[in-house]
Design a binder for this molecule. Structure first.
Ligand SMILES: [Zn+2]
Length: 402
């Protein structure tokens, strides 16, 4: 593609991005301000997007006084996205419109580590077919299916490399399997990379910055965006920080090594160790934090070790990537602001190279981010970079992508 064409397509993408980032209504002067394009260019792109039914005009902005500026928004119901998130004990399904409003969703309890891969794939296919049927949306309106899993994936081939906590799922060509059984284009990636796509499109980030997501769910991993591109490594294991060792004498992890960080900071592992030592059994880390605060030595040690593990993850991330922003996705930590504040002090009291004012570390409060991240895989293919976007490269009149 020549440079002029590439530039034009890139600019078109940046206009779409400005509109989708707001998720509500935006004027042409505001799009021009955000993209650095002239009002005339913005007008041309908006006309093209209206022509393609991607953007619609919706009333006027009366706040600025003087001449009224037209307001534009994404035509969120022109296409739909199918999302599936496979965790260790359940599979979630959702159909979203382009503004990520839920059309229908479903969740089934299912342990992928205890069943065969064939059965797992059959369950995913049945779940997808069911949710499509319940959505009552014609198949031609779906951009594609996005599936995320807790471990490394060759996202180009859609083949799962290995799930440490579900070892049967090694070298599984999930994309091919789902596409042949549903007839719909499918994208498969690691769950954290889906989250990164969500953050890229829906949250205002440092321009061209380095952003890291540290996710502490069933397992622990980091995802990195450098200048708007996801850094994956050559074998898709970049960011597998949960399997770095913090205790050479520690217990054996599912990855085969001893004393991995994951063993000390996930909700499941904290509760497993705590409940082994308590007469009453608990299912919330908050309970363990309270018992620790009331003087229980074992629980205090468990919580201290969790704090230390998260501190090490963050400190290593800072030293490895020198990020502008770190977003932590951890359900139990968001309910424990004092622990979070202790960890921040541990980092910045001990690391002389990192300055608190230069790194924004925050907790993600969006509990739907992982399943929404799965929906962002087809979304990225629709509106992502000009090289990959189906939308900027498709024939104008065609809606059917597959
Ligand atoms: Zn491990």
């Amino acid at each position: 593609m020549n440079n002029t064409k590439a530039l034009k397509k890139n600019n078109l993408i940046s206009v779409i991005r400005a509109v989708t980032l707001n998720n509500d209504l935006i004027t042409k002067p505001e799009i021009a301000r955000q993209t650095g394009l002239t009002i005339a260019s913005v007008s041309n792109f908006i006309n093209e997007l209206i022509d393609r039914n991607i953007i619609i005009e919706k009333g006027y902005d009366i706040s600025s006084g003087g001449r009224k500026a037209s307001l534009f928004c994404l035509n969120s119901t022109v296409y739909y996205l199918i999302a599936a998130y496979i965790s260790l004990d359940k599979i979630q399904f959702s159909v979203y419109d382009l503004a990520l409003n839920v059309v229908v969703d479903d969740v089934i309890n299912y342990s992928i580590s205890e069943t065969s891969v064939e059965n797992g794939i059959e369950t995913i296919v049945t779940g997808i077919k069911k949710i499509i049927q319940n959505s009552k949306i014609d198949k031609n309106f779906f951009v594609g299916i996005g599936i995320t899993v807790p471990g490394p994936v060759n996202f180009k081939s859609g083949c799962i490399n290995q799930l440490v906590n579900a070892p049967k799922w090694t070298n599984v060509p999930l994309k091919n399997n789902i596409e042949s059984k549903t007839g719909i284009t499918t994208f498969v990636d690691k769950d954290i990379n889906g989250m990164l796509h969500y953050i890229k499109w829906k949250e205002r980030l440092v321009e061209n910055g380095t952003i890291v997501v540290l996710s502490i769910t069933d397992g622990v991993g980091a995802g990195v965006v450098i200048g708007n591109n996801i850094y994956r490594g050559n074998h898709y294991i970049a960011g597998e920080i949960g399997h770095t060792c913090i205790d050479l004498e520690g217990g054996v992890c599912n990855c085969g090594k001893r004393g991995c960080i994951e063993l000390y900071i996930t909700k499941e592992n904290i509760l497993k160790v705590a409940n082994r030592n308590l007469t009453e059994k608990y299912n919330s880390v908050n309970n363990i934090i309270l018992i620790a605060a009331n003087g229980n030595k074992t629980c205090k040690d468990i919580i201290d070790k969790a704090k230390y593990g998260i501190y090490l993850c963050l400190d290593n991330i800072i030293m490895a990537y020198d990020p502008d922003e770190i977003i932590i996705n951890c359900e139990w930590l968001i309910d424990s602001p004092n622990i979070f504040s202790d960890i921040m002090n541990m980092i910045f009291d001990n690391n002389r190279l990192a300055k608190r004012s230069e790194i924004n570390i925050r907790l993600n409060a969006n509990k739907k981010i992982i399943i929404q991240g799965a929906a962002m895989l087809p979304y990225e293919q629709l509106f992502g970079s000009y090289e990959t976007s189906i939308f900027v490269n498709e024939n104008k009149s065609s809606r059917n992508f597959y």
